[in-house]
Ligand binder design. Structure first.
Ligand code: ATP
Ligand code: MG
Length: 267
C-alpha cells in the first residue's frame, strides 16, 4: 500500500500486516489499510474474501493471528466502544417498540444516563432517520426499510466515532435501497461520523464512498484504492466519470471470478 496521503493523526482505524487463518485456510496475509477520520469508506470485494471478517476484527469479535488492528490508537479490546454496528438484518428486539429498541442500545452502553435522557435522545434520532410517526410501533409492524432505519438510529444512539455497516441495504427492494443510500449520506454529512460500509454492490459503493477499497480473492489484500470526489447526491447514470469507474470495477470483478474458477479447477 502506498504511504497514506493524510497525516497519521487523521487515521482513525488501521490494519497493519494483519493475518488471519481459519484452520488451514489463509484469509488475510499482511493485510493493511487505514480509515481516515470522518471519511465514508466502502469495502468492496468478492463473496468470501473477508469483508465481514474485517468488521469482526475491528469489533473485537475475532482475534488476529498476527499484525495489528488499531482504533484511535487502541487495540480492539479497548477501542470497541468507539464503534457501532448496522447489520444486514436489523436484529431488533421484537417485544420492544422502535423507541425502546433505540434506548436499548444506550441502556447497554451508558451506566449513568437517565431514562428521560435516553428517551429524548432516541426521539431525536428517530426523527433524524424519518421515523417520528412510527416510534411506538413494534418491529413486526414496520417495513424492512423502516426496521433498518431503527437500527441506524440505535447505532447512532451510543454516539460512536465509527459506524460499521455490513451490507445493510442488500435485503431491501431497489427503491428502498436507493432511498436509504441517500439517507445514510445525509446522516453521515449531518453527524460527521466515520462510516465503514461493506458491500459487494459496485453501484452502491460508487454513490456512497469517499474512497473504495477493492479487495482481492484470498489471501486477501487491497487490490485497488479509488478516491471519489464527485459531489453528492450522486447520479451514476448522469455522471460519466462514475460510469467509467463502474466499468473498471466490473472488469476487476470478472477477473477475480475467473481467477477463482481457475483455483477451483486446480484443486
Ligand atoms: N469462523 C469461521 N471458521 C471458518 N471459516 C470462516 C469463519 N468465518 C469466516 N470464515 C471464512 O472466511 C472467509 C471470509 O468470510 P467473510 O464472511 O468475511 O466473507 P465476506 O467477504 O463477508 O463474504 P460475503 O460477501 O459473502 O458476505 C470465507 O471463506 C468464510 O468461509
Ligand atoms: Mg459478509
Amino acid at each position: 500500500m502506498p504511504p497514506a496521503a493524510m497525516p497519521a493523526s487523521d487515521e482513525l482505524l488501521t490494519f497493519e500486516d494483519v493475518s488471519v487463518r481459519f484452520g488451514d485456510e489463509t484469509i488475510y496475509e499482511d493485510f493493511s489499510f487505514a480509515v481516515n477520520r470522518g471519511e465514508f469508506l466502502c469495502i468492496l470485494g468478492p463473496s468470501g474474501c473477508g469483508k465481514s471478517t474485517s468488521l469482526r476484527l475491528m469489533g473485537d469479535l475475532l482475534p488476529v493471528d498476527s499484525g495489528v488492528v488499531s482504533i484511535d490508537g487502541l487495540p480492539p479490546s479497548d477501542g470497541w466502544s468507539k464503534l457501532a454496528y448496522v447489520f444486514q438484518q436489523p436484529r431488533l428486539a421484537a417485544w420492544r417498540t422502535a423507541l425502546a429498541n433505540v434506548t436499548l442500545g444506550m441502556e447497554m452502553r451508558f451506566d449513568g444516563m437517565s431514562k428521560a435522557e435516553m428517551r429524548a435522545r432516541a426521539i431525536e434520532l428517530l426523527k433524524l432517520v424519518g421515523l417520528e410517526r412510527d416510534m411506538d410501533k413494534y418491529p413486526g409492524m414496520l417495513s424492512g426499510g423502516e426496521r433498518q432505519r431503527v437500527s441506524i438510529a440505535r447505532a447512532l444512539s451510543v454516539d460512536p466515532d465509527i459506524i460499521l455497516m455490513d451490507e445493510p441495504f442488500s435485503a431491501l427492494d431497489m427503491n428502498t435501497r436507493r432511498r436509504l443510500r441517500a439517507e445514510i449520506v445525509r446522516i453521515w454529512q449531518q453527524t460527521g461520523k466515520t462510516v465503514i460500509f461493506v458491500t459487494h454492490d459496485i453501484e452502491e459503493a460508487l454513490v456512497l464512498a469517499d474512497r473504495i477499497l477493492m479487495l482481492s480473492n484470498k489471501p486477501t489484500r487491497v487490490l485497488e484504492t479509488l478516491e471519489l470526489e464527485e459531489p453528492r447526491p450522486r447520479d451514476l447514470l448522469a455522471t460519466e466519470s462514475l460510469q467509467a469507474r463502474r466499468d473498471h470495477l466490473h472488469n476487476l470483478f470478472r477477473k477475480l471470478e475467473s481467477e477463482d474458477d481457475n483455483t477451483i479447477e486446480e484443486e
